[in-house]
Design a protein around this ligand. Structure first.
Ligand code: HEM
Length: 134
C-alpha cells in the first residue's frame, strides 16, 4: 500500500482490492449465519456482495459506480423490506468486524471504518427483536 499525501481514504486503505477482500470475507460470514442469511432474498449472495462493495467504495471516496447503477443510496429505504432487528444488526456487525480483522489496516483508518459501520448499522434497525416494526 503506497499511500500518497492527498490520496482519498479509499486509496489510503488500499483501493479496490481492499474492498473486494472486506466484502468477500463479510459475506462468507453471512453465508454461515442461518438467521441473518434468511433475510437475503437471493439464492446467490454474489450480487449482494457486488452491491455492498460498490456502495462502500463510493462511500469511502472511490468510484461512484454504485450510484451510477443503483441511484441514490437511501439505505434506510432500501432496508424497509427486511426486518432489521437488534439481533440482526449485531450479527451483521459481528461479521463485518471479523472481516475488518482480516484487513489489518493502520489504526486510525481501521477505527474510522469500524465507527462508520457501527453508526450505519444502528441507523438501519427498523424492528424490535420480536420483529415488530419500530
Ligand atoms: C444492520 C444490519 C443489516 C442487515 C440485516 C442488512 C440486510 C440487508 C439485506 C437483506 C439486503 C438485501 C440484499 C441485496 O439485495 O443487496 C441489504 C442490501 C444492502 N445493504 Fe444492508 N443490511 C444491514 C446493514 C447494512 C449497512 C450497515 C450497510 C452499509 C454500511 C448496508 C448496505 C447495504 C447496501 C448498499 C445494500 C444494497 C442496496 C441496493 O442497492 O439494492 N447494509 N442489506
Amino acid at each position: 500500500m503506497f499511500a500518497q499525501p492527498g490520496d482519498s481514504f479509499y486509496e489510503q486503505v488500499g483501493g479496490h482490492e481492499t474492498f473486494v477482500r472486506l466484502v468477500h470475507a463479510f459475506y462468507e460470514g453471512v453465508a454461515q449465519d442461518e438467521t441473518l442469511r434468511a433475510l437475503y432474498p437471493e439464492e446467490d449472495l454474489g450480487p449482494a456482495e457486488v452491491r455492498l462493495r460498490m456502495f462502500l467504495e463510493q462511500y469511502f471516496g472511490g468510484p461512484t459506480t454504485y450510484s451510477e447503477q443503483r441511484g441514490h443510496p437511501r439505505l434506510r429505504m432500501r432496508h424497509v423490506n427486511y426486518a432489521v432487528t437488534p439481533d440482526q444488526r449485531d450479527r451483521w456487525m459481528r461479521h463485518m468486524l471479523a472481516a475488518m480483522d482480516t484487513l489489518d489496516l493502520p489504526e486510525s483508518h481501521d477505527a474510522a471504518m469500524r465507527d462508520y459501520f457501527r453508526r450505519a448499522a444502528d441507523m438501519l434497525v427498523n424492528a424490535d427483536d420480536e420483529g415488530n416494526r419500530l
